[in-house]
Design a protein around this ligand. Structure first.
Ligand code: SIN
Ligand code: MN
Length: 267
């Protein structure tokens, strides 16, 4: 899948791009079903909120076939290859649950802050590309982005290990206030199947979810192969060290898998 010139220009200017309903309801249904199994399982890759509700499931592409196909899907891989002008590998893969009633905050941060400091990533030539598994509303913990904040490069950050179950390099309020005065805040919302990509230095965060609507989003962090990490400090299943370029599957691979799965379940 190729992005149009207008889409590429929007990404370069604003630091993000949202394509609503890019995956069909049939493709999303299998991912929703499988995510319930993944998030409910008892593995070290599943991190939980203080309440016990799932927060993040890492590396589901390594042990779940539907998520493995999504991790090689051309609608996810090709736009990022296009932006970087080279092949990419999987740096990180996560399903963020933002559970109904219990989904906690993600403080304001830049992703490259962590990739640089914790993983030794040379340049911000990786990015998150994500798919909505649930409808994202303005009120169930939508991801908030500060447009154009990527232009500031890597901003000074503090390490916060106390607030939530996920340690992050977070930005202070004065910095966020200044960036928001310049760029405002956008929060892409919409039906399951929407795809959002954003620059590694784009400032973002999300509020807690006290609604009865869960907000599951899958994030692939794709890194340019020339930008492989040099000093990993995190577990392999958090920051991968397999730098093999991803070969995309056929565009209908997830759909075919969903249909086969349904057929087997009915037999
Ligand atoms: C992230 O910043 O990596 C995820 C935030 C979210 O899922 O709300
Ligand atoms: Mn992030």
């Amino acid at each position: 899948m190729k992005l149009t010139d207008a889409q590429v220009a929007q990404f370069h200017k604003e630091g993000w791009l949202f394509l609503p309903e890019l995956f069909t309801p049939e493709e999303i249904e299998i991912l929703r079903d499988e995510s319930a199994a993944v998030l409910g399982s008892n593995r070290q890759e599943i991190w939980r909120e203080k309440s016990g509700a799932p927060r993040t499931a890492f590396a589901a592409h390594t042990y779940n076939e539907a998520f493995s196909i999504l991790g090689r899907h051309p609608r996810m891989i090709e736009p990022v290859e296009q932006m970087f002008g080279e092949k990419v590998y999987m740096h990180q893969y996560k399903i963020n649950a933002k559970a109904k009633f219990d989904g906690d905050v993600w403080q304001w941060h830049q992703d490259y802050a962590t990739w640089m400091r914790d993983d030794g990533m040379p340049e911000p030539r990786a990015m998150n590309i994500s798919v909505f598994l649930d409808e994202v509303y303005p009120f169930n913990g939508a991801l908030m982005l500060v447009p154009r904040s990527q232009k500031h490069g890597n901003i000074n950050a503090g390490h916060d290990t106390s607030t939530t179950a996920y340690p992050l390099w977070t930005l202070d309020n004065a910095t966020v206030e200044k960036l928001v005065a310049e760029g405002g805040i956008v929060a892409p919302i919409g039906k399951p199947g929407g795809m959002l990509m954003f620059h590694g230095n784009l400032v973002h965060g999300s509020a807690g979810n006290i609604t009865p609507y869960s907000r599951r989003i899958v994030y692939l962090t794709l890194n340019a192969v020339s930008n492989a990490i040099k000093k990993p400090t995190r577990a392999e299943w958090i920051a991968h060290q397999d730098f093999t370029p991803i070969t995309a599957v056929a565009d209908d691979a997830l759909l075919q898998y969903a249909r086969q799965h349904k057929k087997h379940a009915a037999e």
